[in-house]
Design a protein around this ligand. Structure first.
Ligand SMILES: Nc1ncnc2c1ncn2[C@@H]1O[C@H](COP(=O)(O)OP(=O)(O)O)[C@@H](O)[C@H]1O
Ligand SMILES: [Mg+2]
Length: 370
């Protein structure tokens, strides 16, 4: 798929900007704090209706203004879509497709898919389980509305159930109702994560081998809060039962997908604990590229790739491999960097360069073939 146009109105430090992107590589060049990440954030927002770096939508509105408006034209195999999101300082965001307001955010989500990669993503390997759950959620949600629905139901009932457990002597009938709903939605979430990870495992394994000249064998292993056999639902019921005394003592739910994790293993060792810095970085890259392939498998076409300032993270060999993969597959890619020299060694037939300075964009060297 292709994001051919992006129109920003009072988004972050962009007053009013309209950009036409190329099919291949789009470079966003500029010094620090000029608006490169803001621009990628806007693209991410059109995809997820959330920001990769804040939970406060109001931060996205240009200082002193009442509303931000982000629009983009997405070209997919099935046709073109004009996406629009209004983010008001108060109240709910409003989404539209082809100028028509959509009552449900769910009808909007999934139209644009993206993979976002920033230096922060090292957290995926080094950080706690919440980072990896977020990774799984963002990925599956993009292509699976059923998952999105189950996840939001799960989070809601988990909250209710925890509130009840906190009360000390919870009403057992109400607790049973919540438990049933928890198991219902939680099993869907876990099943999808399991399926996704088994696919991602194969893809990441391949990519890690590519990135390390066949030297390293990576595998991803799902680690849920209870052992899974043939019947996940039955396992969940059992696990909940066996934790029933302890959860009342502690006042919160002890098992379920909110306690999920996955591990990354190279040659029998957990990369998180034993991996070198370089190894951990390569694994993040392999995971991101695997995500690209996973989303293509699910959506039928490649998502757009957003690389935010990751050049400093990647050495020359891996960088070369990365561009091989991108250009072979004709993935529309957005690359931000503060160092224009990064561009020199990149071969790519189709490239467009955007120079960014204080929220203003100048198309510097448009070499996209016409
Ligand atoms: N809501 C906002 N309104 C106006 N400016 C903002 C807003 N949020 C962030 N900024 C400005 O955006 C700049 C940071 O942009 P960013 O895209 O992160 O920079 P970089 O080019 O380094 O990636 C800072 O100068 C910051 O003050
Ligand atoms: Mg930045």
């Amino acid at each position: 798929m292709l994001l051919s146009k992006l129109i920003l109105d009072k988004f972050r430090n962009y007053q009013e900007t309209c950009l036409d992107f190329g099919e291949g590589l789009n470079f966003l060049v500029g010094n620090n704090a000029q608006g490169k990440t803001n621009l990628l954030e806007a693209i991410f927002y059109l995809c997820h209706l959330s920001s990769p770096r804040t939970n406060e939508d109001s931060e996205l509105i240009l200082f002193g203004q009442e509303e931000a408006y982000v629009r983009g034209i997405v070209q997919r195999q099935i046709g073109d879509f004009e996406l629009g999101v209004r983010i008001p300082i108060k109240g709910r965001k409003k989404v539209e497709i082809d100028g028509l307001p959509q009552a449900k955010l769910a009808d909007f989500l999934g139209t644009l898919n993206c993979v976002y990669f920033s230096p922060d993503d090292l957290k995926l390997v080094k950080g706690g389980p919440a980072e990896r759950r977020r990774f799984m959620d963002l990925e599956i949600s993009q292509v699976n509305p059923y998952y999105r629905h189950a996840l939001s139901r799960y989070n809601k009932v988990l909250q209710q159930r925890n509130n009840l457990l906190k009360e000390g002597k919870p009403d057992s009938k109400l607790l049973a109702v919540f438990s049933e709903q928890l198991i219902e939605s939680g099993s869907v979430v876990m099943e999808r994560r399991l399926t996704m990870l088994s696919r991602l495992n194969l893809l990441a394994k391949l990519l890690q081998r590519k990135l390390t000249e066949l030297k390293e064998n990576l595998s991803l292993e799902y680690s849920p809060s209870f052992a899974i056999t043939q019947d996940l639902k039955a396992d969940f019921i059992k696990a909940l039962e066996s934790s029933s005394v302890e959860e009342k003592q502690r006042g919160y739910t002890l098992v379920g997908p909110h306690r999920d994790d996955f591990s990354m293993i190279i040659d029998g060792r957990d990369v998180r604990i034993f991996g070198s810095q370089g190894q951990q970085r390569t694994v993040v890259l392999a995971l991101k590229l695997a995500e690209l392939e996973f989303l293509r498998g699910e959506a039928g076409e490649y998502p757009v790739l957003l690389l935010d300032d990751v050049f400093s993270e990647i050495d020359d060999v891996r960088r070369k491999k990365l561009f091989e993969i991108i250009s072979q597959n004709k993935v529309q890619t957005f690359i931000s960097t503060a160092n224009p020299r990064d561009l020199e060694n990149i071969i790519g037939e189709q490239r467009k360069v955007f120079e960014i300075c204080s929220g203003r964009v100048v198309v510097k060297k448009d070499v996209t073939p016409r």
